[in-house]
Design a protein. Sequence first.
Lengths: 202, 417
Amino acid sequence: MNKFIAIVGSNSNKSTNRELLKYMKKRFQSAAEIELVEIKNLPIYKKSADKYVPQEALDIANKIEAADGVIIATPEYDHSIPAVLSSALAWLSYGIHPFVDKPVMITGASYGSLGSSRAQAQLRQILDSPELKARIMPSSEFLLGHSLQAFDENGDLKDEKIIKQLDGLFQDFLDFVNISKQLNNANEINKQKAKEFSWDKD
Amino acid sequence: MKLVGIAGSIADQSYNRTLLNFMSKHCKGVADIEVLDINQVPMFSQDDDQTNSSVIQKLSNKIKSADGVIIATPEHNHTVPAALKNVIEWLSYEIHPLDGKPVMIVGASYHTQGSSRAQLHLRQILEAPGVNAVVLPGNEFLLGNVKTAFDDNGDLKDQRTIDFLDTTLQKFIKFAKVINMIDADDYEKEDLSATGKTDTTVEGVDMDDPDWLNKAAKKVNAVEGNTYVKLDSGLLTVNQLNYMLKTTPIELTYVDENNQFIYYNRFLPTEKMLAKRTPEQVGDSLTTVHPGKERVIKHVKQVIHMLRSGKTDLVSMPVPGGDSDHHVMHYYKAMHDEEGNYKGVNEWAVDLKPIVNEYLKQTGQMLVPDPNAKVDATSGASKKPDAPVDATASASKEETEKEVKPEVDATSSASKH
Ligand SMILES: Cc1cc2nc3c(=O)[nH]c(=O)nc-3n(C[C@@H](O)[C@@H](O)[C@H](O)COP(=O)(O)O)c2cc1C
Ligand SMILES: Cc1cc2nc3c(=O)[nH]c(=O)nc-3n(C[C@H](O)[C@H](O)[C@H](O)COP(=O)(O)O)c2cc1C
């Protein structure tokens, strides 16, 4: 069975994005093992002369390395991803490259009707940068709008249409992950390239 | 023009900070750029709201009182650094100091492409409704190959780059002026009736009561006499404080941030004062202090608004009606707490002429008119509203204006002409 790491892109205790990932973990338990990962204890990303990366970030990196894919659920703060998520991604590309060629499914929830669409658009560009170079599932978008009203008291999504869409996208992601596994001939080289890539040289 | 600069990096070494420092140095005279520090800002979290912490409040107050903001952004993973986004989140959650504020984006990066993607993201972020900044359109300033761009003094080496930066900044200054005009009438909102309150306002005592001082003091159990008061650089009793203030040869007045007149250092009897105050006025709102004087009220509002909004820290103006023996100046200085919150006006009136006379006597010199002098020779440095005002005196000096001898014209106020 595929094993996925699900990153909660929020440090809020009552995050609806966490609720969404918990729901996915439960709903798809027969198809995949999903482990939720929190980023809320990571410090703000800071460059240092010795390229120090906190142990907690290294632990997350190891989990991502070992996983078949990553699901990210992002809130939208000021039309972009929260600083806490952006910071986590900076740590996870600072001398370490767990995301290279890793299949990623982007989801997001917001209180308004747009469901974090602008944050997701920026997140795609970020994950495509040279030191992350993730394999983002193409032409798919899961936007959960009005997220405060979206779940019932059991933490289940209420809207059948949305559930159907999520089911479909998750099935696509499973297929994408499987195809991805066959497209790994260049992975060694890609990892090496990310490692050798340095913003410090021209 | 007063600008603040934010470098979007918390790294010990940052070229974007170098760039802002260079701009601040290079643009002296055109704009006054203060570079702010974001290193101590904690991670944004809705569960641990630190909006009221002193780091955030300081940043917010600096931004609020600036005419515009320059943000220098590095690029990390094709976006703005988390540390910069983090600051913006705090400034768009419970408070919105960037709302309506003119912002110019610049950026330095190691590459030729120079932070273009980060700048684009930053524009989108600044235009989100919770931030609502007014970003200078176009005019991208991208400093690529930044590692070789500066000399050892932190100055940009390439003259063409400097020229382009100058042009961009000139455009921004014009842009900021236009945007800030939208708020030009804001002073009307100054509430001189002091109907609001602050954390030090004494409630339950009528401000206009002639016995306000005693009643309010009783209400708050104010200390007096030989009780010690710890000050930031000394320990005095209330009596000692009075001894000192009452022998300070300058008329001091305290108007709090709620526009209530709460103190003056009565070192002269009312009739001898330059700006007359009476003990019964203490506690009055500024409206009560100036009954029915529309013109004065308008000018008081303008002065206080400039001080409260941080457009200036000091307003100074000569009081009309000076003669060869007197040149009375009024000064209004904004007071702030540690975090930069406005705390009211420290107003003082002083006759400069005896001081000048003393100086002339000691140095064996005399005054002669300057044939090239412009009229407003003495009040030049700080901003002032249309006409002189006295924020607290009940009788504005304009009513007792006397004829001025021609030879003092050069040092008298513009309003005489
Ligand atoms: C500083 C700040 C800025 C926000 N900006 C946006 C925004 O631009 N768009 C939006 O849909 N929601 C915005 N929100 C509300 C989001 O918290 C909410 O929509 C979020 O996506 C819910 O995620 P969560 O339940 O996982 O915390 C903002 C919230 C904060 C605290
Ligand atoms: C993890 C990491 C990611 C980076 N990503 C980018 C990038 O996407 N684009 C870019 O132009 N520079 C990138 N850089 C290098 C930056 O050009 C450089 O750190 C910064 O913009 C220079 O500004 P500063 O000296 O003010 O930090 C990255 C550096 C690091 C350490």
